[in-house]
Design a protein around this ligand. Structure first.
Ligand code: NI
Length: 133
């Protein structure tokens, strides 16, 4: 990969914030931090698009909650075309962790994740996506 150099002008406070970000995240230098920020931002933009991405939806819930398992299953059947696999872990007597691997158009993954996370009884839910191209 060829690398291009360019000059960046930043206000003092912003530069200090960048240096702090470099230190906190153990980046080698400012360039590495800026590359990371730009890439993350571009991937986030893709989330709203019809670009192909892959990701994982993680859900934590108490499986005793009424109707919760049925609702989760119904939703996943509605979106079976973007679900690759589903793994269920019994964390303790009450709590379950479910990880759903997904692949497809970013907006569809986001839609499914939002619906799952909004189900009553879900304690924690998160979607992570990466570009699959
Ligand atoms: Ni379980």
């Amino acid at each position: 990969m060829s690398v291009s150099r360019f000059g960046v002008s930043l206000e003092k406070e912003l530069l200090e914030a960048l240096d702090q970000y470099v230190a906190e995240n153990h980046f080698k230098n400012r360039s590495q931090a800026i590359r990371h920020l730009v890439r993350n931002n571009l991937v986030e933009k893709k989330w709203e698009s019809n670009q192909q991405v892959a990701g994982a939806i993680s859900l934590v819930y108490d499986h005793h909650k009424r109707d919760l398992l049925n609702t989760l299953a119904d939703l996943q059947h509605d979106y079976h075309d973007i679900i690759l696999a589903n793994q269920h872990f019994h964390l303790d007597h009450d709590n379950c962790l479910e990880i759903i691997a997904v692949k497809g158009e970013a907006f569809k993954l986001t839609l499914l994740a939002n619906k799952l996370i909004a189900v009553k009884g879900i304690q924690h839910g998160k979607l992570t996506m990466s570009s699959s191209e």
